[in-house]
Design a protein around this ligand. Sequence first.
Ligand code: HEM
Length: 307
Amino acid sequence: MSQPQKGVCAEPNLHAQYLSLNVVDDESDAIKEKLARVMDIFDHYENEHFEAMVTGMVAVGAGYWTELYPGPIPEGLAPFPQMQCEDRSAPNTPTDLFIQIRADRLDICHAIGIEIMALLHLHVELVDQTRGFRYLDGRDLNGYIYGADNPRGMKRRQVAVVQAQEPDFVGGSYIHIQRYRHDLRRWMSLSQRQQEQVMGLTREHNLPSPEQSSSSHCVRAAASGAQNDLPSMVKQGMPYGDMNEQGLFFISCAASAQPFKAMLHSQIYGNSEGDYDRWLDFTSAQTGGAYFAPSVTFIRSMGERIT
Ligand code: HEM
């Protein structure tokens, strides 16, 4: 059985460290071997500091996959679906690797990050490092409980992990990331009622709001989403920020790359009446990347073939 990486289906944590890296040499054999060792680093911290609930994930960028792992390519792995309409945009800012480190202890996240960078530093440049944190009772900085519709238990696996439909990649997951920057000053200037119109949900409990419309975030995002009563992605994103800049580091893990693209399209371009996602008037994507997070089994076996 191919074991998915823990970060794909993980339960929420208190802290996150996100690393986006570009590989600067062509030593792909060394990278394969070192990515297998990153799995060992995650295991080590998971065992030594079990109370910290460490979960990790390494994902390989759409543009780097064939160089790293020549041979079969995950069917849906394609460059990030860049989109632009009026002042709403989803840029494509690809990197070769994306690493998600999560734990309930900030020091452990930091220690794992340092160890991974020490292992990889000869081969990579760090393009982006962002620290995520749990905010209040699992809310986005806009005040809404985030990820409330994530499936629970084994259903998470069903939604986020590739099954028999792609035999070479069972246990893997399609990853899309976007770092959103919120204009919270503008958002906070809205009344609660106006915010509920924008999100389409009540702020306290995420219940459908009487003010919901076809431009509400939850309506636009769901327009091309769920099948069989299950959502089509597991949301693993978390809030990030400091006193100058804040937002959500959006991460979607899914068994197929299609639903993310369809949802983003529905949000940015809207329906035929021009109803786009009004939440995008208050936040904007600064980055965007498409990756595949292979199973632990895959990463280890590819790493071992060299040594
Ligand atoms: C800054 C960015 C975003 C924020 C703060 C945000 C926030 C939220 C919140 C608070 C909810 C309701 C609770 C929940 O189920 O999570 C929600 C629902 C949802 N969001 Fe987002 N979201 C963001 C971006 C996106 C993006 C980029 C996508 C997909 C491309 C997306 C897809 C969805 C979906 C599918 C739902 C569930 C809709 C339903 O069936 O009711 N969101 N979002």
